[in-house]
Design a protein around this ligand. Structure first.
Ligand SMILES: Nc1ncnc2c1ncn2[C@@H]1O[C@H](COP(=O)(O)OP(=O)(O)O)[C@@H](O)[C@H]1O
Ligand SMILES: [Mg+2]
Length: 217
């Protein structure tokens, strides 16, 4: 799969003063924990931030998220992909792009890389088609920086189980998550400038420190 283009050159109409930062990885890897710590640190430093997520960062997104995570019956793989992409399209035009144009730092829990990792590597859907759909949904505005919290899926499963009731995706088989993890790592190899891989098994504070260091760079 080709590397995701980051069309944020000064001449691009999509270029803005704001910064778009995403948090990726398997459930339980620490996305919410690290995003909150990051948000607190940036706010303390005086930055204007927006904390948001895919799916679910808009009213339409919340409805899609409810179906995606909790629909008790059959959901086709293509339908699942398109719902994630539909959520992303709404979220970009309603939340991310307006925030960036106001010069804000937008922190987002999951984004384009999750579609590629879960629907592409996990479910086996066509990577190029996912890439095209993501391009439509994002209007070509990809994250400036992405944190990927990487760890063994079995370990992450333990963390998620400790958290309580599993949702539809959390009930998937372990080999599915192994493919998803490999997908994330492939993406990181293809986009070394954008994706910063951090070991999710390190202590929370140590990971937070690494996140802040990467942000400073
Ligand atoms: N580095 C870490 N080491 C140990 N436990 C962690 C770490 N980061 C997060 N956790 C714990 O693991 C669980 C899942 O973390 P969370 O941030 O909700 O992950 P995610 O949002 O990626 O699903 C939480 O109970 C959290 O306190
Ligand atoms: Mg979370």
């Amino acid at each position: 799969m080709p590397a995701i283009p980051a069309d944020t050159s000064p001449s691009s109409p999509l270029n803005t003063q704001g910064r778009f930062i995403t948090f990726e990885g398997l459930d339980g890897c620490g996305k919410s924990t690290q995003m909150q710590l990051c948000a607190d640190a940036l706010t303390q430093q005086g930055f204007d931030i927006i904390q948001t997520c895919n799916p679910g960062g808009t009213e339409i997104g919340k409805a899609l998220r409810q179906t995606l995570l909790h629909h008790p019956g059959y959901v086709s793989e293509t339908c699942e992909l398109l719902m994630y992409v539909a959520d992303r399209a709404q979220h970009m035009s309603e939340v991310v792009l307006p925030g960036l144009s106001q010069g804000k730092i937008v922190l987002c829990d999951r984004h384009v890389d999750s579609s590629v990792a879960y629907q592409g590597y996990g479910r086996g859907l066509d990577l190029l088609e996912i890439h095209t759909l993501n391009h439509i949904a994002t209007q070509g505005r990809y994250p400036d920086l992405t944190f990927l919290f990487d760890a063994d899926p079995a370990l992450m499963r333990e963390r998620v189980t400790a958290r309580g009731a599993a949702d539809r995706l959390e009930r998937e088989q372990l080999n599915f998550y192994t493919r998803v993890r490999e997908g994330f790592l492939h993406l990181a190899q293809e986009n070394p400038e954008r994706i910063c891989v951090l070991d999710a098994t390190q202590p929370i504070e140590k990971i937070h420190h690494a996140v802040l260091q990467a942000l400073t760079r």
